[in-house]
Design a binder for this molecule. Sequence first.
Ligand SMILES: [Zn+2]
Length: 97
Amino acid sequence: MSHGIIDSLGLEENSLIVGSRFEDSFNSKQVICSNATILNFDINIKASDKSRVIATCSYHGCPWRIRALLCSDGYSFEVKKLNPTHLCHGVNIIGNK
Ligand SMILES: [Zn+2]
C-alpha cells in the first residue's frame, strides 16, 4: 500500500526540524511521539530528563533519531539534532496492527 513516500501527507505543522521549539520536556516528548505516530513509525524515548530528550526509531538498525535540549530560558526545549531518515518501513508494514 505505502511506498514509503511520506511527503504528501501535509505534515508542515507537525514537521520536526532542527530549531523546532517545545514548551517543556513533556511537550517535546508528546510532539515527538505523536509525530512518529502520524508517520506510522515506532520510536523509543532513549533519554528524558530535565535537560534533554533523546528519541530513536525502535526498529533495529534504523538511523532515525532526534535530540532536543533545554534552552537557556530554563524550561523550553529545542531540537538540536535530527536524523530524519527512516530506513525501516514503519509499523504498518511490519504488521504491529
Ligand atoms: Zn525508522
